[in-house]
Design a protein around this ligand. Sequence first.
Ligand code: PBG
Length: 311
Amino acid sequence: MPVPELIRIVSRDSPMALAQVERVRAELAVLHPGVRTAVVPVKTTGDKWLGDLSQVEGKGAFTKEVDAALLAGEADLAVHCVKDVPADRPLPAGTVFAAFLKRDDIRDALVHPGGLTLDELPPGTRIGTSSVRRIAQLAATHPHLECVPFRGNANRRLEKLAAGEADALLLAVSGLERIGRTDVISEVLSPETMMPPIGAGILALQCREDDTELIDAVSGLGDPATHREAAAERMFLHVLQGHCNSPIAGYARVDRSGELSLRACVFTPDGKTRLNAHEWAGRLDPATLGTSVAVALLRQGAREIIDGIPH
Ligand SMILES: NCc1[nH]cc(CCC(=O)O)c1CC(=O)O
């Protein structure tokens, strides 16, 4: 099968995003030693606007300009954090996911310069996070901590922490791995302590749907278990139809025997109400499992919670 001579890869221009592109280039070089790659970095609305994301149509704030470059033919392949790709709507018309790379760590980490763990943080400790998912869970389990709005890419957040704009941060372990800063982690939080976001730790490769030569060339980078997990998680979010202020968390797992399960939660912003569901796929395909878990939460009142949150 012919492989394109040159693959132009578009991505956000943050250090984390560029590290993700380097992983893709390294994996491509193994699969297709002859292929040349070029990087097309773009700034997204989410990188430029450091205020409240819901004010800049939060959904797609980290993907819109990347998708546009792909569709305009300025690049051939986009690398996205699945977590940042809206799931309530289909992918931009004319594009498809060609592969989901093997999943990284899905957990969040506490970054505290003094090395304390979450349970050791004294009352009033300011946690820098704008994530409604993290805020709701902290409010439920650690109500004595105070969350302060914190945006910017991971490197920028670490700089702001060092400048004293917060006392501690929550950041994804996978992101810290990608920027080579796992040294700042004071505690890795279990998924029970801090339920991860849908799509955590997964990179997706997106192509134009008519670019079959490229789709064939990169599909070999995909990981089948990650694909099943991503399909279940994204269909879950699609059926639930959240918005950018609705605290939703969850993750699918393919266990050692190959069985797929999906666990997910919806919270009120104050964390006082938490709906839970956990189901095994059994004979269901991943997308149907995602649908089933969403319906289980809707039966418990998820729609009322989500629609009751201003956005
Ligand atoms: N919103 C930025 C973003 N997008 C994806 C990740 C983490 C990496 C991943 O889950 O793929 C992060 C940083 C963070 O949440 O700490």
